[in-house]
Every structure is written in C-alpha cells, then in structure tokens.
Design a protein around this ligand. Structure first.
Ligand SMILES: Nc1ncnc2c1ncn2[C@@H]1O[C@H](COP(=O)(O)OP(=O)(O)OP(=O)(O)O)[C@@H](O)[C@H]1O
Length: 599
C-alpha cells in the first residue's frame, strides 16, 4: 500500500462512532447482567450463570458454525473434556491437586489441542460428514469418562471444582462467569471483525475467491478450532463447578443441540444474534417449567421455524440498515483517475509466460499446447468460441488446475502448479466468470477480503485487538473504500452484497482484485451482463489499471471491447491457438473471421 494511509486519531474517532450502534446492545446486556443480582434471587443467579457459561462455549463455536460454516454438532464433547480435566486436576486424581484457576488454564490448553483434533476432519469432510465426525468424538469422550473409573469416577462421577472466595457464593460465581463471558465476547468479536473473521466467511461462501485472495483454509481453521476448543473447555470447568458434581449423564446430546440451535437462531456471521439465542434458549425452559421435559422437542420445532420462516435468524431481524431501499436507477460511474492515489505504479518487468501448456478432462482436450505471454503494462485479450479453453487457461494460471504438460513462468521463476493460494503472493489477482461474492457480507467487507494477505498482525494480535491489528483494519478499510470510489460503488459500501445488481458485483470483484495491487490481473468475461455504457466505463478502468503497469489478461466475448483496448490478442479454438497478434491483425485474420467473428 502506498498512497492511501489513514490519520489514526481521526479514523479511530470515526470508527468508534460507526461501531457505537453495534456496541450498544452488548453494553445493554452487560448492564442488565450487572444489575441482575440486585433485582432477583438465587434461582436467577443459577440461570444467569448457566447462560454465561453456555455463551463462553457458544462464542467460540459460533466462529466455527456461524462464520466458517462447519456443522460441529457434537461440541458438548469439549465441554465434557474441560469439565473432567478441571475436576480431576483439582481433586488430584492423577497428580497432586492444583489450584482451580491453574486447572482451568490447563483445561483450556487440553481443550485447544482436542479442539484441533475434532476440527481436523473439517479440512476434508463437509456438512453432514463433518457433523457426524464431531458426534463420534462426543461419544468417545463420554465412553472414556465412563470407563476410566479410577480417574473420572465412572458412572458414579466426580466432585466439581470449587472456586476460592469471593467466587464461592452464588452471586460471586455468577460475576466470575459474566467476566469470562465478557472476555469471550470481546475475543470472538475481535476475531470476527479482523481479516481472519472475514477470511472465514470467505472460505465458507466463496472458497475459490478466498483462495485467489491468498487465504489458506487449513491455517484459518486450525486457529479457529484452537480458540473454540479452549473456550469450550473453560466453559466445561465452570460448568463442573456450577453442577458441584458431574457424571457423564450431565453432558447430554440436548446440550449440543442447544449450542447449535442458539447459533442458528442467532444468525450466521453475527455475534449478537447467537448471544441472544443462547440467553433465550437457557431461559425458555425455566420460564415454562412444565415444558422442561419437552426441551428437545421445543428446540426441534424452533429449528424448523427458523429454517422455514427466518433463515437469517435474529441477526437478520435486527439488521435495520439493510432494510432501507436502494435507489433503483443507480449508475456505476467509475473514477479510474483516482487509481493513481491508491495503487503504486507497478515496477515489475517480469512477463507471465505459458509455454506448451496442455490439459485434458477425460477425452476433452481443454487446452492443447498453448503459448501465451502477458507483459507488464499491456492488455492481452483471450478470445474464442464457447468451450475453446479460455477459462481453463485462466484456471491453470491461477493454480486451480495443474497443467499436464508445459511450463508456467513469472519472469525467470516457475509458478508452482495447482497452488491457488500462492498466486496472490506472486502478484496475480483475478475475477470470475460468475462473480464469487459473499452475499451476506457488506460490499466493503467483500473488497477488504481481497487484501487479507496484506495484513501484518498475527491471529493472536487480532484476537486481542492489539495496535498492529487495528492498524491493519484501518489501512485495509481505507484502501477498500478508496477502491470502491475508483469502481464507482462507494455509496454502496455498507450494503449487503446480495442486494446488488449483477453488473455491480462485477465491479466489486475488480475492486477486490485490486486490493492486492496486482502485477497481473486476470479478468474472466468482466463485460458479461453489462450495458453498453457500463462496458465503456469498464474499458476506461481496465486501461487505467494497465497504465499503472499491471499486465491484464482479458477473456471476453465482446469483440468490440477486445479490439478497442487490447495491445495483443490470442484467439483459441478447441484448446489451440488459432491466431495471435495485434487487434488490427486479428480483425482481418481469415480463419478467425470464419471460425469466431463471423461475417
Ligand atoms: N472441470 C471440468 N471438467 C470437465 N470438462 C471441463 C471442465 N472445465 C472445462 N471443461 C471442458 O473443457 C473445455 C474448455 O472449457 P472452458 O470453460 O475453458 O471454455 P471457455 O473457452 O472458457 O468457454 P466459455 O466461453 O463458454 O466460457 C470445454 O469443452 C469444457 O466442457
């Protein structure tokens, strides 16, 4: 990032004002939690404590289910693990007894390790299969707790840990749990509002776009499972103390379902929604005591109602900002001239070259011995009839497909085949034939995702909102807003992306790709679905991008756009080069005219 920097103090004030409406409900809940002891009795201390403990677990699980989209349904296993680890360590069943806070810290570490073990299948398994693997783990933990009698007390159980004064009274323990719940909220909100939280929803809803932005799914998931495992185990330790005595029966499948449904009621990608969901689900059976035995049935009905009536959950209900209508006749008016203030002039003198690239799908030769050079500062058009291999060429360059033959080089360096997440590091960005945008995220967040790898702060720094992480956010947000100005969409920055028109999504993708300050930009049919005015503006924008020194590879069916702005054109037919040359040469090339252009 060069020209765009933000004045920290001014930005922080503006940012604080912007987040105040989002912060207000949390402050409200916190104040209510603080005054509860003064307006109620010990019965409510128990319910309030239970809700706080559940939320410590759900706040972490929310990052896995609500943000990363992995159906970890058997998460009660980590609550069990934390409860037994804390109780056993405090009781001194395997080693000399340790103080309860030390035991809780050890349980958090054990939970983090097992959190990753439970989560690892998510790297390969999706949806139902991953859900089943977490359930399997829950069964194993319960069986071990039952069988390992000398340590866990088996079916008879074990005494839960006791906390020292002032936490050994009902309200003292309540305040301790509220403190943990507050901390868990702060940590999970920090992660959610950092580049890591955005990367999670990108992997969930637009995995290929996430990879093109350099986001590594395994690293992201491991970090999240570590955190969620630690939080769940801490919740387990607190839960064991609340119960005073634990047996494997205390950790029912109903609890797992409660955690899971709390997130679904709350809404994906939200912190406030699942928090309210957890509170509601904890209080509901108590309010209607006669229905307590029906709790599983109630949860199932609630789940059905949510899925059918309000799939966005509480978060969607509270999202007043996105209820405001958008102007129907809005026009996209890019300002390419502003690019100079945002992107440095690319100094890259390296050429992106393909030599003898070949790739088949079964018997279909998608590309067959392709040579192609994309030079810095030039626009290279790639055209050809449907199925001629244009998108496949882009996918080979972006690392989604590994070519069966040939070489792919950036200057003197060979580009590793089949490594899409490394292309962003190599300065290669792209857009997609069908825009890959995260509908539930705002336009601004979508663009910021493009700059994920530009962030400097580590996951731990983001989790604690340390200065480097706050600076990352400032810089990425400022650059994303500036790029939205360049593509003419800055007024829509805070709108959910799924409310936008198709043509607007195309420009969002370009802004997202530009977040990387790419040396090479691969555009897959960017003019598809655009009006003639919009195509003209797109042309000016692409010209301005290449004028900053980037090499552009433009796949397009609009021949006028290609001939208007390209320096070089390659024509493909059945995976082979039919012709290559300047637009003037291609326009009159006999075979091209008869095979593709017509006339
Ligand atoms: N994943 C795949 N599996 C099997 N065949 C594929 C796959 N991807 C592409 N193909 C085939 O490879 C050939 C080239 O496809 P490609 O999408 O690259 O063409 P294209 O020139 O981009 O076409 P269009 O202009 O319609 O987008 C086609 O015959 C297509 O059916």
């Amino acid at each position: 990032m060069t020209a765009v920097t933000a004045a920290p103090a001014r930005h922080e004030t503006r940012a604080f004002r912007a987040v105040l409406p989002q912060l207000a409900p949390f402050l409200g809940i916190f104040v209510l939690a603080m005054i509860l002891p003064f307006v109620s009795n010990n019965y409510w201390a128990l319910i309030g404590t239970r809700a706080a403990i559940y939320w410590v677990l759900v706040s972490g699980l929310n990052l896995i289910v609500g943000f990363a989209g992995h159906l970890a349904i058997g998460y009660v296993a980590l609550l069990t693990l934390g409860a037994y680890t804390t109780s056993v360590l405090v009781a001194g069943n395997v080693a000399p007894p340790v103080p309860v806070f030390v035991a809780l810290a050890i349980a958090a570490c054990v939970g983090a390790v097992f959190g990753v073990i439970v989560g690892l299948p998510a790297l390969r398994l999706r949806t139902f299969y991953f859900a089943m693997s977490t359930l399997g783990f829950a069964t194993i933990v319960t069986q071990i707790a039952l069988a390992w009698q000398s340590v866990t007390g088996g079916g008879i159980g074990i005494v839960g840990p006791e906390f020292p004064p002032p936490f050994n009274t009902a309200w003292g323990f309540y305040y301790l749990c509220i403190a943990f719940a507050g901390l868990a909220t702060w940590i999970s909100a920090n992660v959610a509002h950092s580049r890591f939280g955005r990367a999670l929803i990108a992997v969930r809803d637009a995995e290929v776009a996430a990879e093109a932005s350099g986001i590594s799914k395994p690293r992201m998931l491991i970090a999240i499972f570590l955190l969620a495992g630690a939080l769940a185990a801490i919740a387990g330790g607190l839960f064991a103390s609340l119960q005073t005595y634990i047996t494997p029966d205390a950790f029912t499948f109903d609890l797992s379902v409660l955690f899971f449904i709390a997130i679904l009621i709350g809404g994906r990608g939200s912190i406030l929604g699942p928090m309210l969901g957890t509170i509601i689900l904890t209080i509901l059976p108590e309010m209607v005591a006669s229905l307590a035995a029906w709790s599983t049935f109630l949860y199932a009905v609630l789940l059905l109602v949510i899925v059918l009536v309000m799939p966005g959950g509480i978060a969607a209900l509270l999202d007043f900002r996105n209820r405001r209508p958008l102007a129907a006749n809005r026009a996209i008016v890019p300002r390419p001239a502003a690019l100079g203030d945002i992107l440095r002039t690319s100094a890259g003198a390296r050429t992106l070259s393909l030599r003898g690239i070949a790739l088949s799908f079964g018997n279909v030769r998608a590309i067959d011995g392709l040579d192609l050079d994309v030079k810095p500062g030039q626009i290279h058009g790639l055209i050809g009839p449907n199925g001629s291999g244009k998108t496949t060429t882009l996918n080979v360059i972006s690392g989604y497909y590994a070519a069966k033959a040939g070489t792919l080089q950036l200057g003197e360096d060979a580009l590793a085949p089949g490594m899409p997440t490394l292309r962003a590091v190599n300065g290669i960005a792209r857009t997609f034939q069908t825009p890959r945008v995260i509908g539930e995220a705002s336009v601004l967040q979508n663009v910021m995702i493009g700059g994920t790898i530009e962030g400097q702060a580590s996951f731990v720094e983001a989790l604690l909102a340390l200065p480097r992480s706050r600076r990352d956010e400032r810089v990425l947000a400022a650059r994303a807003r500036a790029l939205l100005g360049v593509v003419g969409l800055e007024t829509l920055a805070d709108v959910r992306a799924d409310r936008l028109q198709h043509s607007e999504l195309r420009f969002i993708e370009i802004a997202r790709a530009l977040m990387l300050e790419p040396d090479f930009l691969l555009l897959d049919e960017p003019a598809a679905g655009l009006s003639s005015d919009e195509i003209e503006r797109l042309a000016a924008l692409i010209r301005a991008i290449s004028a900053r020194g980037a090499g552009v590879l433009l796949v397009e069916h609009h021949a006028d756009l290609i001939f208007d702005i390209c320096d070089q054109v390659t024509v493909l037919n059945l995976g082979r080069t039919l012709a290559a040359g300047t637009p003037a040469e291609i326009r009159v090339h006999k075979e091209v005219v008869s095979a593709y252009l017509g006339g």
